[in-house]
Design a protein around this ligand. Structure first.
Ligand code: NAP
Length: 247
């Protein structure tokens, strides 16, 4: 018996990296998956792994920052599965540069995907979850949303916003038995961090007490906990998964 047997989970940014690991982890515990990313064909590999685990996978193309597209995506998921039990707001981007050089477009782009996207999906699933009188929302924030970072003011602000969104959602929806929690990963091995310069990676590693980068599965394990009844008495919390980089 899996911890999520009979549940339907929607994961954004599920084509690769942390989102893919989360989708596979939730499927391994019995959930059927609605996989969302910018293009449906990018989701083929994730869908194949979910199906190999014996679960259903629906691939949905959606830009998380577009309200009409998000409404359409949640409609498609309800049509296919007739419910949504778990939402994982994972899609995220970076456009790093120092504040004085940051274009207004790069500020807007990062806030639109990371923060507005999380709001839009939360808003769209809140109706079916309120009708069901149950649900678990897990938002992927970042330690940068807690401590800030030079060269990432847009990203830091978006992730701090995700944390505030999580706590407000938790307060607003608790009476309907809908929980909202966040995971704040540190330095995780994905395409997002592969793009960093070697000296930046070395500096980051030196600051991690557990002396290794995290793997997507390290984050997925905590998402599973927050999505499952194992965390039934937790809402509005932020769990840091950073090898001790932030304590
Ligand atoms: P990733 O490898 O870049 O994957 C993110 C996925 O989201 C990609 O498939 C991406 O598509 C998709 N995406 C981007 N914009 C989208 C949009 N508008 N609509 C739908 N999907 C979109 O990133 P990751 O490292 O796995 O990160 C996942 C989450 O963890 C993000 O929220 C990130 O901020 C957070 N996080 C990561 C780290 C880390 O060290 N990696 C640390 C802390 C927090 P494309 O292929 O087009 O980009």
């Amino acid at each position: 018996m899996g911890q999520l047997d009979g549940k339907v989970a929607l994961v954004t940014g599920a084509a690769r990296g942390i989102g893919r690991a989360i989708a596979e982890k939730l499927a391994s515990e019995g959930a059927d998956l609605a996989l969302c990313d910018l293009q449906a064909d990018w989701l083929t590999e994730t869908a194949e792994s979910v199906q190999k685990l014996g679960r259903k996978a629906l691939c949905v193309a959606v830009d998380v920052s577009n309200w009409e597209a998000v409404q359409g995506a949640v409609g498609e998921v309800q049509k296919a599965f007739a419910r949504v039990d778990i939402l994982v707001n994972n899609a995220g981007i970076t456009k790093d540069t120092f504040l004085a050089r940051m274009s207004v477009e790069d500020w807007d782009a990062v806030l639109s995907v990371n923060l507005k996207g999380s709001f839009l999906f939360t808003k769209a699933v809140s109706r079916p979850m309120m009708k069901q009188k149950s649900g678990a929302i897990v938002n992927i924030a970042s330690i940068i949303g807690l401590i800030g970072n030079a060269g990432q003011c847009n990203y830091a602000a978006s992730k701090a916003g995700v944390i505030a969104l999580t706590k407000s959602t938790a307060k607003e929806l608790a009476s309907r038995h809908i929980r909202a929690n966040a995971v704040a990963p540190g330095f995780i091995h994905t395409k997002m961090t592969d793009a960093l310069a070697e000296d930046v990676k070395a500096q980051m590693l030196a600051a991690i007490p557990l002396k290794r980068m995290g793997e997507p599965e390290d984050v997925a394990n905590v998402v599973l906990f927050l999505a499952s009844d194992a965390s039934a008495y937790m809402t509005g919390q932020v769990i840091t998964v950073s090898g001790g980089m932030v304590m």
